[in-house]
Design a protein around this ligand. Structure first.
Ligand code: HEC
Ligand code: HEC
Ligand code: HEC
Ligand code: HEC
Length: 124
């Protein structure tokens, strides 16, 4: 009985350790980004990544729609390039994602981010 018990404890310990390792490996990216790959007309867009990760009910997949659960997502720009390719152009993808969510939440009367050009593309 003691042996079974200690085996059980060992098994629980190993699985616990595995869970911790998996959590440590999930790459959360940088705290802040400057979205600036395709500028032609508008100033670069500062983006507080961690602030968005903390929004209640918002998962990584709200933005990283292509990612697998628990894996590190790719940069949006790997697929959404400045000009439309297989994926919609970056400007379209970001406006739908960023502005889309802000507009939707604003309609629902929730505290959210900006919907006006100059607030996302602040002049330097
Ligand atoms: C919620 C944030 C947000 C709002 C609001 C927003 N944009 Fe953007 N916009 C972005 C992001 C992010 C990009 C992608 C920047 C990049 O590709 O480097 C972008 C890209 C662009 C681009 C393509 C890049 C360039 O400089 O040519 C243009 C043009 C643009 N926006 C114009 C506008 C205009 C006009 C408005 C208001 C009607 C607006 N945006 C509102 C976030 C926003
Ligand atoms: C509100 C949208 C949003 C949410 C939510 C979000 N991210 Fe991001 N993430 C971005 C943007 C925008 C970038 C920078 C642009 C790009 O992809 O190059 C980025 C970049 C990253 C990168 C770096 C990608 C690279 O190769 O440069 C990683 C890693 C990452 N995010 C992980 C996460 C994880 C994990 C979560 C959930 C805990 C998460 N993100 C939640 C929008 C978001
Ligand atoms: C592995 C490639 C890939 C990556 C990485 C990727 N996307 Fe996409 N995305 C696509 C493709 C392909 C489509 C068009 C088909 C679809 O809707 O799934 C798309 C569609 C979209 C749409 C809908 C556009 C529309 O016109 O309805 C949005 C919004 C979007 N992506 C935003 C993002 C953002 C923001 C990121 C980064 C946080 C990102 N995507 C990362 C490939 C990708
Ligand atoms: C899923 C919904 C959602 C998406 C997608 C999203 N946002 Fe937001 N955003 C929010 C909410 C909610 C807040 C308010 C957070 C707070 O005040 O804590 C916010 C706040 C902001 C702010 C104001 C920050 C401040 O200091 O007050 C900016 C700028 C912003 N978002 C830009 C962006 C950009 C750029 C993207 C796309 C790369 C984006 N957001 C995508 C929901 C979203």
């Amino acid at each position: 009985m003691r042996r079974v018990l200690s085996l059980l404890v060992a098994v629980i310990f190993v699985f616990g350790a595995m869970a911790v390792v998996t959590m440590a490996e999930a790459n959360k990216g940088a705290e802040k980004y400057t979205i600036d790959k395709c500028q032609k007309k508008k100033p670069v867009v500062p983006f507080n990544h961690y602030q968005h990760q903390k929004i209640q009910g918002v998962t990584c997949k709200a933005c990283h729609h292509e990612m697998e659960e628990g894996k590190t997502p790719k940069s949006c720009f790997e697929c959404h390039q400045c000009k439309k390719g297989e994926a919609p152009a970056a400007k379209i993808a970001f406006h739908k994602n960023c502005k889309g969510c802000h507009v939707k939440m604003k309609k629902e009367g929730k505290k959210t981010g900006p919907t006006s050009c100059v607030k996302c593309h602040p002049k330097k």
